[in-house]
Design a protein around this ligand. Structure first.
Ligand code: HEC
Ligand code: HEC
Length: 364
């Protein structure tokens, strides 16, 4: 399904802020308009509440997902922090997606095994489970499938094969017990796939409700007048054509440089996955939740300031030049998307001790 032609055709409407959402593909529950709040008239003193049909409140933690037995989330949390899932026992999921730092490492690209770096910026894991697909190019279906990737990726955690993953986890009795309880009835529960399912279950709890959700839920005073003004600019500029739904993004692929070409066209984006020229420079629209905390921006981490990112978006995606005042106003609104981190989940858990059978770190 192509989204670009539809969007280009509808661009005038979009720019006028009349189009609440782009066409979507993927799971029906990714539709952002489903739980849209109707516009309500505000109390006389409050700033006028804009129509919020493009947005939805964040769902409750883990809502709608099968998290399995309680042990599965506990296991997933341990695996998320366990560097022994990497070849040299020095890289964990938390190295690149630091949960205490809004799920990022603040680097343009992240150092993995032997300090090697891939070509793309590490996105945050917070609220990622809400996205219709995973990765900048959507090559994994969900967080469970995604989590098996980095373990085997040679520049990330660099495990040579699944056997070494299974040998590592099987060498520690506490993991053996937790896998058995997390996947009851399975003959050989310790697999890379089940490690991914456990990590995914944990990630489904990593949602960050913010004042914006209270506002969408009807509390007019949850946002300041300046934040509401920025929200109105965000909507009227056309940003919600792509950044919408509960995650304010994460629901469709869009071309980077839709209206005005993006100057640096090195990364083919989704074309790498589909081999279709029409997917060149199509990327998953990122979520804007916690965006103030997750610099640097874009798939290559090329932009350090949020103001610059907003200006570039208006120019390249919408063909609009926003004044500095409008940019500042949008950024004021975006800062209200910084949410609460689930403190009880994100401190590093105690991990089982290695045994004589645990494969040794391998720096090669
Ligand atoms: C060496 C750094 C590094 C490590 C280690 C790492 N990641 Fe990532 N992660 C990345 C990068 C870079 C991307 C984006 C890659 C792309 O889209 O092509 C990514 C993407 C993701 C995404 C997709 C988010 C989105 O918005 O699409 C999730 C979820 C994720 N990682 C979770 C994990 C988990 C779970 C682990 C541990 C099993 C892990 N990562 C280990 C760097 C890392
Ligand atoms: C036509 C779709 C579209 C429109 C309209 C759009 N964006 Fe984006 N936005 C994207 C895509 C796609 C990306 C990811 C691009 C990349 O990194 O390759 C993105 C990325 C971003 C980022 C960086 C996110 C990150 O995690 O690095 C910010 C900030 C952003 N957009 C804000 C806005 C604002 C503000 C507006 C309105 C002025 C807007 N966008 C309009 C599609 C859109």
């Amino acid at each position: 399904m192509t989204i670009r032609p539809t969007l280009s055709l509808l661009l005038p409407a979009l720019v006028a802020g009349l189009l609440p959402a782009c066409s979507k593909e993927g799971k029906p529950d990714a539709k952002p308009t489903a739980s849209a709040a109707p516009a309500v008239s505000a109390a006389p003193s409050a700033p006028t509440r804009p129509a919020l049909g493009a947005f939805a409140k964040l769902p409750e933690r883990g809502a709608g997902a099968d998290l399995g037995p309680a042990e599965r989330v506990k296991l997933g949390r341990m695996l998320y922090f366990d560097a022994r899932l990497s070849k040299n026992h020095d890289v964990s999921c938390n190295s690149c997606h630091d949960l205490a730092r809004y799920g990022v490492d603040g680097e343009k690209t992240s150092p993995g095994h032997k300090k090697q770096r891939g070509g793309r910026n590490s996105p945050t894991v917070y609220n990622a489970a809400l996205h219709f697909r995973q990765f900048w190019d959507g090559r994994a279906a969900d967080v469970e499938e995604q989590a098996t990737g980095p373990v085997m990726n040679p520049v990330e955690m660099a495990m040579p094969d699944e056997k070494r993953v299974v040998d590592t986890l099987s060498s520690m009795p506490e993991y053996v017990e937790l896998f058995a309880k997390s996947f009851p009835g399975e003959k050989a529960p310790i697999t890379l796939k089940n490690a991914g399912r456990a990590i995914g279950a944990f990630e489904r709890l990593l949602v960050t409700p913010s004042r914006f959700d209270a506002y969408v839920g009807g509390r007019d005073d949850a946002l300041s007048p300046a934040e509401v003004k920025g929200l109105v600019t965000f909507i009227s500029s056309g940003c919600t054509a792509c950044h919408n739904g509960a995650a304010i993004g994460g629901g469709s692929y869009q071309k980077l440089g839709l209206v005005k070409p993006w100057p640096d066209a090195k990364d083919e984006g989704r074309e790498q996955v589909t081999k279709q020229a029409s997917d060149r420079q199509m990327f998953k629209v990122p979520s804007l939740r916690n965006i103030d905390k997750t610099a640097p921006y874009f798939h290559d981490g090329s932009v350090a300031s949020l103001e610059t990112a907003v200006k570039l978006m208006a120019h390249h995606q919408l063909g609009r030049e926003l004044s500095d005042a409008d940019v500042a106003s949008v950024v004021t609104f975006l800062k209200a998307l910084t949410g609460e981190l689930p403190k009880e989940l994100i401190t590093a858990p105690e991990l089982p001790k290695s045994t004589a059978k645990t494969p040794k770190p391998d720096p090669r």
